[in-house]
Design a binder for this molecule. Sequence first.
Ligand code: NAD
Ligand code: MG
Length: 496
Amino acid sequence: MDNPAPPHPPDTRHRLRLAGALELSPSIEKHPVTIHERYGHFINGELVPGQGDESFATVNPATGATLAQVAAAGQADVDAAVAAARKAHDEVWSKLSGLERGKYLFRIARRLQERSREFSVLETIDNGKPIRETRDVDLPLAAAHFFYYAGWADKLSYATRGAPPRSLGVAAQVIPWNFPMLMLAWKIAPALATGNTVVLKPAETTPLSAMLFAELLQEVELPPGVVNIVNGAGATGNLVVSHPGVNKVAFTGSTEVGRAIMRTIAGAGKRATMELGGKGANIIYADAALDQAVEGCVDGIFFNQGHVCCAGSRLLLEESIAEDFIARLKRRVETLRVGDPLDKNTDVGAINSQGQLRTIERYLEIGREEGATVWQGGACEPPGSGYFVRPTILTGVQQSDTVVREEIFGPVLACLTFRTPDEAIAKANDSEYGLACGVWSEKTSKVFRTAHALNCGVVWANGYNLFDPSSPFGGVRHSGFGREGGIAGLWPYLEA
Ligand code: NAD
Ligand code: MG
C-alpha cells in the first residue's frame, strides 16, 4: 500500500492488430494500443470471459470495421459482479480509512495520466471522437476527476457537516457512449472516495476503454471487487440497476431510458441520480464579444460531433446582430475539418454509430419538412466510409419545430432570434429539458440577470462546454436530478 508505483508497467510495444482501422489512417500502426479479439467482464479483480454465449461487436465508426467481439452479461454475470462488490464493500473498502482509499484514487489518477496516450487512441478508435479531444479533454479531465475525489476521501466529514460519513453500499452505474472514460471517472471516483463499491456497465458501442481501465485497476492493485465492469446493452443495464443487491443507481443517458429505470427501481429503496438529455440554449446579446461568441457556438455544438448532453444546440441571437453573426459563424464552420478521428488536425470526427447517424439524418429530414433551411459546412468532404455528418446550421426555424424541441445529439445547430432579454429567457426556458445554457454579453448585470432566470442546472457566461471537477454538473426537469462533480457530487453516495 505504501509504494504508489504500479507493479506491472504496461507493455506498450504492442501494435494495433486491426486491418479495418488502417483504411483511414496508415499512421494508426504507430499507435501503441492493443485491441483484443474478444472481451468479457471485470469481476472480483479478474478479467473473465462471461458465463453466457451472447456477445456483440463494437466497431470503429470511422470505418465501420468491427474492432472486437464483446460478451453480453446475463443474470449469472451480474449476480457475480454484485456479490463481489458487496463482499468488497462489507469486508474491505468501507473499512479502510479515507486516507487509504484516497491513496488508491491518487494512484488511479496518476496511472491514467501516464497511460493517457494509449487511452486516448483507444477511445478515439472505438468512439469516433477526434484524437485532439480525447488527448486534450477527455483523458486529462478523467484523471483530474480522480485527483479531485482522491483529495476528498479523507475529508468527508466536511461534506456531511460533521456527521460520520457512511457509504451506501453497492452502486450500479450505467454510462453512455459520448464520453466513455470521462463518464466512467465521474461515476467511479466519487463512489470510491465515499467508501462505496461499484458495478459499472459501459455503453455497448464503446466498451474498450473501460476494459483497459480494468487492466489499470489490476496494475494499481485495487482490492478485488471494489470495481466490477459488466458489458452488454440495455438488457444488461436493466439487470444491473434492478438487482436487489444494489443500493444506489447512477445513470447517465437518454431521458427515455432514465424514465424506464426510475419505473424499474421505484419502491426498491435505492438511491438514484439521473443525468439525462438536454437542449441547451446559447444566448448571444448584441453587446457580446462576437468573435469569441462564434468560437463559443462552435465549441457548444460541434465539439464531440454534438454528442454532448449539455450541447448548445439552440442558438438564440439578438435580432439586430443575427444576420451578421450567422455569416461569421458559417465562415468559421467552413474551416472545420471533418474526417479521420486519429488525425490530429481533425475537428469533427465520426458519428458514434450507424443508428445515431440515422437518427441525425431523420431529424434533418424532419427539419426540411417543417420548413428549415439546412446549411452544411466544413473544410473538406467527409470520408466515404464510416459515419460522418458535416457541421450543420438550421435557420428559418420556429420555437415549435421538432428540431428546436427534441435532442438531436449530433452536429446540428438550430438558430432562433429574440428582441429583449425577457424573450431570450422565455425561449430558452421553453423546453422540457433543463441541463445547460450559455449567455454572452459584455455587460455583467445582464449576464447575471439572465443566468438567474434560466431554468437549468448549468449556465456558462461568455463560454460554453467548460468543465472542471470542482463544479457540480446536472440538470433539472427532464434533464434529471442529482449532481456530479464538486462537494455536491459526494452527497448522492453518502448516507448522512
Ligand atoms: P441510452 O439512454 O440509450 O443509453 C445509456 C446507457 O443506458 C447505455 O449504457 C445503455 O446500454 C443503457 N441502457 C439502455 N437501456 C437500458 C435500460 N432499460 N436499463 C438500464 N440501462 C439501459 O443513451 P445513449 O444513446 O447511450 O446516450 C445518449 C443520451 O445520453 C443522450 O440523450 C444524452 O443527452 C444523454 N447523456 C446525458 C448526459 C448527462 O450528463 N446529462 C451525459 C451524456 C449523455
Ligand atoms: Mg465502438
